[in-house]
Design a protein around this ligand. Structure first.
Ligand code: MN
Length: 727
């Protein structure tokens, strides 16, 4: 299908001249219950759809516009409201044409635009070959995306028309669509209580997938139907007569035809032969009031003998999808088992049309908006639930599905995961697998990279990027995970990480001490190592290293013990400094002190801190300078070449003349240099001058020098210097 440019005049000026005449039959159906003013709106929707799809064709060669009209017609049969009809007419215009949601809002209002947009979103879900668990989640997901039940209604009617015309698709597509219909759209229709549409959808799909089974079933039904018809008509007359003589006058009794897929499903699920399933005759009795339902039941139980344990009162306790009726099984004419359903007419209507029945346009209460009516219905269902012992799953599910506290997400393979609302990619990773959470380093949502703390939305595809070598859990993650699974996993991982970090830090410290004697840990093995450990009073080298790293023991004292084991104490040299690359020393991640903010190129020292692991300070930082020579927990460190363009935070103090726009001028200097500003603290110095403490992120000293030079060269700058917490 080619994208098609709309005549601009259509979007800007929808006047009577641009409106097209509605097809006569369609107009006639509209006329039956929709006001002239609303028909105008529908005419507008029709015109837009017509122009948008102009030149596009269906598979069978007919004009594309015939499809949206057919979908709108199905909704008309359900007596749906104007906005649904408009949305049905335009349900494919966002997909294939040059129209966007904003246009629709402008021309038709929020409701119509939301429905069209929702239907497009549902169409974009890739829903083939799902497992059953997924199919169930997918139904919930579709309802969650929809927000408005009318989205699902339009989508189901769209699918119904596509199934009615499925013979024009290639065979592989036919099978794909049919499977999807059985797995997803049938149950979805049932979920919102639309039994008739569900039956038709499933029959169409079943016919398409198993043509042979269908023809066998049909011929079997046909064979038995001659005698069957006579019996049905005889029993029907009997029932009617008995009811009438007992004063239930306005009554309809119908023989029920089962749809072919439901017969097939019964054969499969109950493992009963075809004859047994078909030999049960079904009848439906329709009366005017609930009272008459129960009286009818009494009457027929009086004349035919009921089969034990087969009576069900779905009027007092409705089924989960809102279905109400009395069900009973009896032996009619002493020979034939029959199933009887007794309902009021409105119960029967709801059973057929489900939510749509509640949405039906009623001219007398035009001012009650449709949204309200549906909400009322939903809350009605919830109230029903309170008065019954049988938890009304449907009421619960619809209610929570439309206003879901869950988000439904796809993995790249297409599996669906349900997570709490507010979940982030980290939650998602831990939900899929603990290993995935533990090694997460990044994330793509719908193929573009996003930060790990964004809130995920239903329908997104989440692709977790992992790295085995560079996987460290960040304590700050605890602030933005929503699931307890992720929280627990992060906590336990942090505990492990802390000891393993401490152990690594301890090793670096001890090695750097031993180097002074030209030795290294690898020289100590077996019994000689054990002797040293015994003399220190620890059971294993790992324990010793961990305690060292945590600052519970002092490096040079421990080193002394090792020297004595070596029995060589010639010329103890200065240790070689450790190498900092990005934010790591020998693979162990380090922190940069938040007092002096050292950056690449500074003269620095590494300090092993009990709580924080290894922390890098500027050598002139007042926190460390006095202790450098006295405390063995300071290890000399130098910078290696960075591998990953790590950014270091740094604080600079800028004083300027206090003029309008001076801060934004400063900002643009950093922006032009491609440097991020983390924070700015403004201080008024006096009437003439202002001071700014600015935190920026730089790769190295060189970059800092250059940008400070630029700041100094600004006219209004009086001073600019770096703050390394010296005095
Ligand atoms: Mn369509």
């Amino acid at each position: 299908m080619s994208s098609h440019a709309l005549p601009n005049i259509l979007l800007n000026d929808f006047s009577n001249d641009t409106l097209l005449r509605l097809p006569p039959n369609f107009y006639k159906s509209l006329k039956s219950y929709i006001s002239n003013k609303d028909i105008k709106k529908i005419q507008k929707a029709y015109s837009l759809a017509f122009y948008a799809h102009e030149g596009q064709e269906r598979r069978d060669g007919s004009k594309y516009i015939t499809h949206p009209i057919a979908v709108a017609n199905i909704l008309l049969d359900l007596k749906m409201d104007t906005d649904s009809i408009c949305a049905a007419l335009m349900h494919d215009v966002l997909e294939d044409c040059d129209v966007n949601k904003k246009d629709l809002i402008k021309l038709f209002g929020d409701d119509v635009a939301e429905i069209v947009d929702g239907v497009s979103k549902l169409s974009n879900l890739d829903i083939n070959n799902r497992s059953e668990r997924d199919a169930n989640n997918l139904q919930k997901m579709m309802l969650a995306i929809s927000k408005d039940v009318r989205v699902v209604l339009v989508k189901i009617c769209d699918r119904l028309h596509n199934m009615r015309t499925i013979e024009h698709l290639p065979r592989s597509k036919q099978l794909e669509k049919s499977k999807e219909t059985i797995q997803l759209y049938g149950p979805l229709a049932l979920r919102i209580g639309m039994q008739d549409i569900r039956a038709e959808l499933e029959d169409l799909a079943f016919r398409c997938i198993y043509p042979l089974r269908v023809s066998m079933l049909e011929s079997a039904i046909k064979k038995s139907s001659g005698g069957r018809k006579r019996i049905v008509s005889k029993i029907r007359k009997e029932l009617k007569r008995h009811l009438k003589t007992n004063g239930i006058a306005t009554v309809g009794v119908k023989g029920r035809e089962k749809n072919i897929y439901s017969i097939y499903r019964k054969i499969k699920s109950k493992h009963k032969p075809f004859s047994e399933i078909l030999d049960v005759y079904g009848f439906r009795i329709l009366v005017d009031s609930v009272d008459e339902c129960y009286r009818s039941l009494g009457v027929i139980h009086n004349y035919f003998s009921p089969i034990e344990n087969k009576f069900k009162d779905y009027i007092a306790i409705p089924k989960s999808n809102g279905y109400q009726a009395l069900h009973t099984s009896l032996l009619a004419l002493n020979a034939f088992p029959i199933e009887v359903q007794i309902q009021t007419r409105s119960m029967s209507e709801i059973a057929s049309f489900g939510i749509a029945a509640h949405w039906q346009y009623k001219t007398q209460d035009k001012d009650v908006n449709t949204e309200l009516r549906a909400t009322k219905w939903l809350s009605g269902l919830v109230n029903l639930e309170k008065h019954t012992n049988n938890p009304s799953e449907f009421a619960k599910s619809i209610k929570t599905d439309l206003d879901s506290d869950e988000v439904f997400l796809f993995s790249p393979k297409g599996d669906i995961y349900a997570l709490r609302k507010g979940s982030t990619p980290i939650d998602f990773a831990y939900e899929v697998h603990t290993d995935l959470g533990d090694t997460i380093v990044g994330c793509k949502v719908n193929r573009s990279e996003v930060p790990l703390n964004i809130e995920l939305e239903t329908g997104q595809t989440v692709d977790i990027i992992t790295s085995k070598s560079n996987s460290e859990v960040d304590p700050s993650w605890l602030n933005y995970v929503a699931t307890s699974k992720a929280r627990t996993a992060i906590r336990s991982r942090l505990r492990k990480q802390k000891t393993s970090d401490a152990r690594k830090a301890g090793k670096i410290m001890l090695e750097s001490e031993l180097k002074r004697a030209g030795s290294s840990l690898s020289e100590f093995r077996g019994s000689s190592l054990k002797k040293i450990l015994d003399s220190i009073g620890v059971t294993s080298l790992n324990t010793l290293l961990t305690e060292l790293g945590l600052g519970k023991r002092t490096g040079n004292i421990i080193a002394e013990r090792f020297y004595s084991g070596l029995q060589i104490r010639e010329g103890i040299k200065k240790p070689n400094p450790v190498l900092i690359i990005d934010n790591r020393i020998e693979g162990v991640s380090v922190r940069f002190a938040k007092c002096c903010f050292p950056i690449h190129g500074d003269s620095v020292v590494a300090h092993s801190d009990t709580e924080k692991g290894i922390v890098i300070h500027h050598k002139r930082c007042k926190q460390v300078k006095p202790f450098l020579d006295k405390d063995s927990r300071y290890i000399s460190a130098i910078w290696g070449e960075n591998k990953k363009a790590h950014l270091y935070k740094v604080n600079i103090d800028v004083n300027t003349e206090d003029k309008v726009g001076v801060l934004s001028d400063l900002g643009s200097v950093f922006a032009r240099a491609g440097i991020n500003i983390g924070s700015v603290i403004t201080k008024t110095i006096d009437k003439k001058f202002a001071g700014f403490e600015i935190q920026i992120e730089v790769e190295n000293k060189e970059e800092l020098k250059n940008v400070m030079q630029k700041v100094r060269s600004m006219k209004s700058t009086t001073s600019c210097k770096r703050n390394i917490n010296e005095k």
